[in-house]
Structure formats: structure tokens, C-alpha cells
Design a protein around this ligand. Structure first.
Ligand code: IMP
Ligand code: MG
Length: 193
């Protein structure tokens, strides 16, 4: 699909590229101050956080190492079940490190709640979360999120790494799909299962 074809599916731009990038610069500056003189390890949650992680780390003025985890939650396309499986674990031992988990979006919070318990058991020196987006009204479990890019309403969003059935990740902004585009993708994904 070309970008133009992709963009036809977007009904509303929720956060445009300039606003997104400006907020990421602010987050980068804040994290750089907080982690000065520490041992920062950014842990990106695949695949959605890849764009955010790449831009955020380039805004840091402190050294950092990076690693990634891939997790999958069982359940429907747009709803988290809280049952989480690790598909790719970290390469790096996080014991004694200052770990900052970089996530695209916190919705129910169930995925991160599992991940934080799992990483916490590995005895990092510190463990915090930086999420680009959060939907507070959807929260089903308390998640202490140290850095938040934007609070958004209860809408399913795509772009800048976020997907619906692996579509729309490559948009430079955060958008909401038209109902027709969303239904089309869900139908297509359903028929492939
Ligand atoms: P949670 O466990 O409900 O917090 O779900 C978090 C995960 O669900 C995120 O890492 C995303 O992969 C996915 N997710 C939740 N809301 C959205 C959305 O609006 N767009 C795209 N993915 C989403
Ligand atoms: Mg995700």
C-alpha cells in the first residue's frame, strides 16, 4: 500500500507530526536530566514502540544502551486479555541497571503490569515507564507511569508505530481510522485466521 492509500483510511489526525516531535524532545530533555550519571537501559516493547524509541533516544544527552522485548497478549484485535506471553526476551541482564521501559500506548495496563512484575523480579536498580500515549479511561489496573507523552480519549489509534492488524504503522502522525477502514482491516485479518 502506498502512503496515500494508507491515508485514505484515516478519519481524523489526533496528534500531528510537529506536536508529536516537540513532545518527544521535551521527554528526551526530562529523561536526560533525571538519568544524568546513572546507567540507563531503554527497553523497547516491540513492535509498536520502535518509532518512538528511535526518536526518543536521539533526543537524549546521556548515554544509554537499548534492548527490546516482544510480547503478545492473547485476545481480540483491539482488546487486551492480560494473559501475556514473552515472544522475544532481552539479550541484556538488567540486574543493577536503571531500566526505562519504552511503550507505545497504555490501554488497560494489563500488558505492562505483567511486564513490570517480570522485569522487577530481575532486580534492576530502578524500573520506570515512558509511554507515548495513555488512555486513562480504559485502565483496569494501576500503572505508575513516570513519563507520558499524551493522554488521549478512548479511541483506537494508529500511526507512528501503532497498528491495527499490522497496518498503518508507517504514518508520521497519530490518527483515528474511519469506521469503514477499521472494519475492512478487521474483516481481512479475520479471514486470514
Ligand atoms: P493494554 O494491555 O490493554 O494496556 O494494551 C497495550 C497494548 O495494546 C499496546 O502495547 C498496543 O499494542 C495495543 N493497543 C492498545 N490500544 C491501542 C490503540 O489504540 N491502537 C493500537 N494499539 C493499541
Ligand atoms: Mg504494544
Amino acid at each position: 500500500m502506498t502512503q496515500t492509500e494508507l491515508e485514505k483510511g484515516v478519519g481524523e489526525v489526533l496528534i500531528d507530526e510537529d506536536v508529536l516531535q516537540a513532545r518527544i524532545r521535551e521527554l528526551g530533555a526530562e529523561i536526560s536530566v533525571d538519568y544524568a550519571g546513572r546507567d540507563l537501559l531503554l527497553v523497547g516493547v516491540l513492535k509498536g514502540a520502535v518509532f518512538f524509541m528511535a526518536d526518543l533516544m536521539r533526543e537524549l544527552t546521556v548515554p544509554c544502551e537499548i534492548d527490546f522485548m516482544a510480547i503478545s497478549s492473547y485476545g481480540a484485535a483491539t482488546d487486551s486479555s492480560g494473559v501475556v506471553r514473552i515472544l522475544k526476551d532481552l539479550d541484556i541482564n538488567v540486574a543493577g541497571r536503571d531500566v526505562l521501559v519504552v511503550e507505545d500506548i497504555i490501554d488497560s495496563g494489563l500488558t505492562l503490569s505483567y511486564l513490570m512484575r517480570n522485569l522487577g523480579a530481575r532486580k534492576p536498580a530502578s524500573l520506570e515507564i515512558c509511554a507515548l500515549l495513555t488512555k486513562p479511561s480504559r485502565r483496569r489496573t494501576e500503572i505508575p507511569c513516570r513519563y507520558v507523552g499524551f493522554e488521549i480519549p478512548d479511541k483506537f489509534v494508529v500511526g507512528y508505530g501503532l497498528d491495527l492488524a499490522d497496518h498503518f504503522r508507517t504514518l508520521d502522525y497519530i490518527g483515528v481510522l474511519t469506521p469503514e477502514a477499521a472494519a475492512g482491516i478487521v474483516d481481512q485479518a479475520g479471514s486470514l485466521l
